[in-house]
Design a protein around this ligand. Structure first.
Ligand code: IPM
Ligand code: MG
Length: 370
């Protein structure tokens, strides 16, 4: 039996605790079936942490996240904390955690599952079989650039400002992740920027091109301006394979791409740092969806994005490729039987709750693993 994997669980706010509890059932099955042993600890983040400690992320939680083999995070935020200052808002907890853990590469797959293709807002032929990987830079750009702030002007009005900046090293490390992923896929990378207007975009484009020419000649690299990319994603999404882009553009394009799949609320993501000298790689796994305060606590939230995030953790952090495939297959099997939570139910399908959905996934795993 390999050594147990240390997982820090951060359920966060809103539907976070429910979808995490559902996901725990899948983890418990992996343990019970003898496939892995996990050591869990649980922490607070976001509004939950603010309520308990007056900060959306404590130093202690940061330290535990750094010590863990992987972090499973659900979602944060809600109307209760909307009026707080930026530096104590729930979002700040997540942003700080990304920065402290140095998670510079955010992998956001946008995959159309056959069973849900009909739910896409686009015509079936445009999206059937769609499989895009968006690689978003996660700890640089305008999200973190300095100076930033709000200043009072002499005339009594105000000016809010942020800084968009990218240094060579920041571009190269995320570009490498994209190129390496592309090598395992169709060997195509589209880099997205706004180099026609922004210097940071020009550096982005030129540095990526140099890296491709020096080390990744087997990869076909194309460039696109972000406005065109958003248009192309809706017009003909299947032209893309791996997209690599900066923090802000990646935030926007990944929401757009998730909607193409018809499964908003179904998509997972992985945030990765650099592999250290000790061979460890900081990693955090989270669903792309938010905390859905409107349905929190009702037991109706869809746990599948969280369960897919768990599958990504098995694959990227623990090298458990067989088990990652099993979990994804189990979800597909559940969907193909017409089992749906409310958000993805079609007319005539009676929706099940969060735990019934998680149990259905476990049921498929039991069948598959038998
Ligand atoms: C995301 C979210 C976050 C972001 C928020 C919650 C800070 O939108 O992960 O895409 O903007 O990065
Ligand atoms: Mg976002």
């Amino acid at each position: 039996m390999p050594p147990s994997k240390k997982i820090l669980i951060l359920p966060g706010d809103g539907i976070g605790p429910e979808v995490m509890a559902g996901t725990r059932r899948v983890l418990d099955w992996l343990t019970a079936s003898g496939r892995a042993t996990f050591e869990f600890s649980e922490g607070l983040i976001g509004g939950a942490s603010y309520d308990a400690h007056g900060t959306p992320l404590t130093d202690e939680t940061v330290a535990r996240a750094k010590a863990a083999d992987a972090v499973l995070f659900a979602c944060i935020g809600g109307p209760k904390w909307d009026k707080l200052a930026y530096d104590v808002r729930p979002e700040k907890g997540l942003l700080r955690l990304r920065k402290e853990m140095q998670l510079f590469a955010n992998l956001r797959p946008a995959i159309v599952m056959d069973a849900l293709a009909g739910a896409s807002s686009l015509k079936l032929n445009l999206v059937k079989g769609l499989d895009i990987m968006i690689v978003r830079e996660l700890i640089g750009g305008v999200y973190f650039g300095e100076p930033r702030g709000i200043e009072q002007l002499k005339d009594g009005t105000r000016r809010g400002y942020n800084t968009q900046a990218y240094a060579t090293s920041e571009v190269l490390r995320v570009a490498r992740v994209a190129f390496e992923l592309a090598r395992k896929r169709s060997k195509r990378v589209c880099s997205v920027d706004k180099a026609n207007v922004m210097e940071s975009g020009l550096v982005w484009r030129e540095e990526i091109t140099k890296l491709r020419d020096a080390e990744y000649k087997d990869i076909e690299l194309s460039h696109m301006y972000v406005d065109n990319c958003s248009m192309q994603l809706v017009r003909a999404p299947k032209q893309f394979d791996v997209i690599v882009t900066d923090n802000l553009f990646g935030d926007i394009l990944s929401d757009l791409a998730s909607m193409l799949t018809g499964s908003l609320g179904m998509l997972p993501s992985a945030s990765l740092g650099a592999v250290g000298a000790d061979g460890r790689q900081p990693a955090l796994y989270e669903p792309v969806h938010g905390s859905a305060p409107d349905i929190a606590g009702q037991g109706v939230a869809n746990p599948l994005a969280m369960i897919f995030s768990l599958a990504m953790m098995l694959r990227y952090s623990f090298g458990m490729l067989t088990e990652a495939d099993m979990v994804e297959r189990a979800v597909q099997a559940v969907l193909s039987k017409g089992i749906r939570t409310r958000d993805i139910a079609e007319p005539g399908q009676t929706p099940v709750g969060t735990f019934a959905m998680a149990d259905a996934v476990v049921g498929e795993l039991v069948r598959d693993g038998a």
